[in-house]
Design a protein around this ligand. Structure first.
Ligand SMILES: Nc1ncnc2c1ncn2[C@@H]1O[C@H](COP(=O)(O)OP(=O)(O)OP(=O)(O)O)[C@@H](O)[C@H]1O
Ligand SMILES: [Mg+2]
Length: 302
């Protein structure tokens, strides 16, 4: 983004403080621009929250979650912020779990609106094709932000912009010539490092599946499997290292776990998670991606 244009956009946003959603394909500078807007808001003494709604390249909280953080002073990169809350998505690729990305983002924005004047929402680069357009439009209808910052090279997000509810201020910005693209391998390695760090202090916990209500249905070959049938119907290999969300009574993440053992006769599952106890855990949210505590992604539940 051209420097003067960028400054103009930031000033226009700070003139009408509110919720700002980043929109654009991959590698256009969404996260960099979101960080600049948040930093400018903090410098203008506005209470500021960042919502990281990209579960693939998470900066706030581990991958496979939507995270949010209060910004108290300018930061160079968002991964320096301490997460205030997180919502479990269960996968790093959003196509199959977009409803949870939307739910987590809507909840996070509601949390932030009560506490901040400026809420900057960073998003995934999944914008092209009918499913992506529908998911993004649904998100905009439910959030109704004050501003959208549309970063695009050649009109990639125009189909979404054309369907936005009226009243949202759209800032169309060209990407900086200095943006750099990241390969799939680099993205995967970054995720692995973040998962590994998250699970570094994890310890095993045994979950009684008869006592812990399921917070979201498990889909296996297109069929919803009740939790009581899971260990009987889904193979041990398919469940090994499956990500699970250990959620509190409001559905917020207490900790994310990775399944390391199952005892079908006792109806228990053992997960490793970075918490000392399961105090406050009320529901179990089954994920889709399988990730070893080492950070290695091992595939998805079929
Ligand atoms: N204005 C800029 N000046 C210099 N480097 C930039 C600028 N904007 C972005 N970059 C660099 O380009 C890369 C991609 O930027 P960024 O991560 O902000 O894009 P993104 O749209 O959020 O990508 P993704 O789709 O992966 O989330 C990063 O390495 C970032 O440091
Ligand atoms: Mg980004």
């Amino acid at each position: 983004m051209d420097g003067a244009l960028r400054q103009h956009t930031i000033e226009a946003i700070l003139d009408v403080p509110g919720v700002v959603v980043m929109l654009g394909p991959v590698d256009v500078g969404k996260t960099t621009t979101a960080t600049e807007i948040a930093n400018a808001a903090v410098q203008a003494r506005l209470r500021t929250v960042v919502v990281d709604a990209d579960p693939g390249q998470s900066d706030i909280g581990p991958p496979a979650t939507v995270g949010l953080a209060v910004v108290r002073r300018p930061v160079r990169t968002m991964d320096r912020l301490t997460p205030a809350a997180a919502f479990f998505v269960g996968d790093t690729s959003v196509e199959g779990v977009s409803r949870y990305v939307v739910e987590g983002t809507v909840r996070s924005v509601a949390w932030a609106r009560d506490r901040a004047e400026v809420v900057v929402v960073d998003t995934t680069g999944w914008v092209e094709g009918p499913a992506a357009v529908a998911a993004k439009v649904d998100k905009f209808r439910r959030i109704t932000p004050q501003h959208v910052v549309a970063l695009q090279w050649r009109g990639e997000v125009e189909p979404i912009l054309a369907r936005l509810p009226s009243g949202i201020i759209v800032h169309r910005v060209s990407p900086s010539p200095r943006v750099r693209t990241r390969s799939r391998d680099v993205r995967r390695a970054t995720r692995a490092m973040r998962f590994r760090r998250y699970f570094a202090q994890a310890r095993p916990h045994t979950l009684d599946l008869t006592a812990l209500p399921v917070g979201r249905p498990v889909l296996h070959y297109g069929r919803a499997i009740p939790q009581s049938q899971m260990l009987a119907e889904i193979s041990r290999a398919s469940l090994r290292h499956l990500l699970v969300g250990l959620a509190d009574r409001d559905g917020w993440l207490v900790a994310m776990g990775s399944v390391v053992g199952m005892a079908p006769t006792r109806q228990t599952a053992t997960v490793v998670a970075p918490v000392s106890s399961l105090t406050g855990v009320r529901t179990l949210q089954w994920g889709v991606l399988r990730v070893a505590p080492s950070g290695h992604e091992e595939g998805r539940l079929s």
